[in-house]
Design a protein around this ligand. Structure first.
Ligand code: SAH
Length: 225
């Protein structure tokens, strides 16, 4: 193993054994999709946070990533991914829009399950750092944009799936419009302290909405930072 492989594999608090405890916790909490569990095992979450926080990277909690933002809790990343891909193959998910790239952890977990991810982040530094990080990790099926994800990415629509990692007070109309028939939108909605994770599916005759669980996300903000 060379130094770079060792850095990715991790040791002690970032080792395979520590990661397995996290995976077991996700299984206990109802995550059953084998590819997702395998991504949680393989994606080196400790390389998505500051060095000072690396020993906590495989705890099931959100952690700060600077700019007042957080890396999402692994359980929530797994749950959102499962809600998006369950029962679908990679061919059904050719184009997926992600709003709120952040540090790119969700992007990396999702990457092998879909064709191309179009990811938008409103904070330029985060978008740039994440592009470099994921490229270093060999995750290449991603298109990055610095911008306001509330508007979606009209030039690439429609999307087979849309995943939003920050909470608006109501579902942005543009995102519903950019959802393909058969496509799913996974989005937290509501004010701080009262958010719900919602799945909207576009059927041939209209939209169907389900509430998945209570969640706590940073707010989806208009414009760019
Ligand atoms: N997906 C990340 C979590 C990111 S936190 C993970 O895997 O851990 C949510 C991110 O959404 C933040 O980086 C925030 O800057 C971004 N964000 C908030 N409002 C946005 C908007 N309107 N458009 C794009 N990104 C937005």
């Amino acid at each position: 193993m060379n130094d770079e492989q060792r850095r990715i594999e991790g040791i002690g608090m970032t080792s395979a054994r520590t990661r397995e405890r996290l995976v077991q916790r996700l299984i206990d909490n109802g995550i059953s999709h084998q590819v997702i569990l395998d991504r949680i095992r393989r994606v080196p979450r400790h390389l998505f946070v500051d060095e000072a926080l690396q020993s906590r990277a495989y705890e099931d909690s959100a952690l700060p990533i600077g700019h007042g933002q957080t890396i999402s809790q692994p359980y929530i990343v797994a749950l959102m991914t499962q809600a998006l891909v369950d029962g679908k193959g990679i061919r059904d998910l050719g184009k997926v829009l992600e709003v709120g790239t952040g540090c790119g952890y969700q992007t990396a977990v999702l990457a092998t399950l879909v064709g191309t991810i179009y990811t938008i982040e409103r904070i330029r530094d985060l978008s740039r750092a994440t592009r470099n990080r994921l490229s270093d990790l060999g995750v290449h099926n991603i298109r990055y944009r610095h911008g306001d994800g509330m508007q979606g990415w009209p030039g690439q629509a429609p999307f087979d799936g849309i995943l939003v990692a920050a909470a608006p007070s109501g579902i942005p109309e543009a995102l519903l419009e950019q959802l393909a028939v058969g496509g799913r939108l996974i989005i937290p909605v509501g004010p701080p302290g009262g958010q719900e994770l919602v799945r909207v599916t576009r059927g041939a005759t209209g939209l169907e909405q389900e509430t998945l669980c209570q969640v706590s996300f940073v707010p989806l903000l208009e414009g760019t930072g």
